[in-house]
Design a binder for this molecule. Structure first.
Ligand code: ATP
Length: 266
């Protein structure tokens, strides 16, 4: 595929499980450099959508092309090697250092592969990513001693090691305190500035958890798309109220969004 082609295309996708529509007629095209937010209430279908975008599962109907290759016609495992998918439940329990965890991104393994030693160039790349994610001072710290926020930033650096075209983030700010959340969001802004070709999809329930660099949004309600496109037209009082089925008021200040319950008219 050429550079100008979309990183990801979903066309009229349905996902049906156990006779129930988890997604219905969802379409989405992501170009290089776009940073999408996927928003919706509990059970709206966000994780189901992300699993498909991450080549983890197939649609029941419709077409999904990831990096120009159609799901169902290519080996999902091979395709996943080109995607940066951050799993917040990373199953590591040994005390690898931050640096070692980041380097496992090269082999997409949990523990280091003893038969594949990173090259000097790969080590340099790991240091650069650790710096971008604001983890240089903690690079020698053991995984087992990291805070949740530090783990999250380490896993993003790990996911970026194979230089993916698309980064998928499932609720990366959940459970973080205010400082950790703000550090994570500014790291994401910095990452996007340094890698202008990278595209990303970030799933969340909360507008406050969106980095200012978010460019597009998709709103899901009960498996259906209720808004899609550039943020200014989608993260609006009207569409977010429809998406969450609750009257809210959306504001944007210094690039960041906030949602509050709308005051009833007097
Ligand atoms: N394999 C399955 N079979 C049947 N129903 C499923 C299956 N997987 C998920 N669901 C249901 O599909 C709906 C959408 O789930 P999904 O996890 O995609 O929502 P979500 O928007 O990510 O929710 P949350 O914000 O709570 O994480 C939920 O009602 C869930 O219970």
């Amino acid at each position: 595929m050429t550079r100008a082609e979309p990183v990801l295309q979903a066309e009229s996708v349905d996902v049906v499980r156990g006779g129930r529509h988890l997604l219905r007629d969802v379409s989405l095209t992501i170009a290089p450099g776009e940073h999408w937010a996927v928003l919706g209430a509990n059970g709206a279908g966000k994780s189901t959508l992300l699993a498909m975008l991450g080549a983890v599962s197939h649609p029941t109907r419709g077409v999904v092309r990831v990096l120009g290759r159609r799901l169902g016609r290519v080996d999902l495992r091979e395709l996943r090697a080109h995607l940066g998918h951050v799993n917040p439940r990373h199953p590591l329990s040994s005390p690898l250092t931050v640096r070692e965890v980041v380097l496992t991104g090269l082999t997409n393994s949990i523990e280091p592969d003893p038969f594949r030693r990173p090259t000097a160039e790969q080590r340099e790349h790991a240091e650069a990513l650790i710096a971008t994610l604001g983890m240089t001072r903690r690079a020698d710290a053991a995984w087992t001693t990291l805070s949740q926020g530090e783990r999250g930033r380490t896993l993003i650096a790990r996911a970026l090691m194979p230089q993916p075209r698309l980064l998928l983030l499932d609720e990366p700010a959940t459970g973080l305190d205010l400082t950790a959340r703000e550090q994570l969001l500014s790291s994401l802004d910095e990452l996007r500035r340094l890698h202008p070709e990278l595209a990303s999809v970030l799933v969340t329930h909360h507008l406050e958890e969106l980095p200012a660099s978010t460019s597009h949004a998709l709103l899901l309600r009960e498996g259906e798309c209720v808004g899609r496109g550039p943020v200014d037209g989608v993260l609006t009082t009207e569409l977010i109220s429809a998406c969450f089925d609750h009257p809210v008021r959306i504001t944007r200040e210094d690039g960041r969004w906030a949602a509050r319950a709308a005051r009833p008219a007097r």
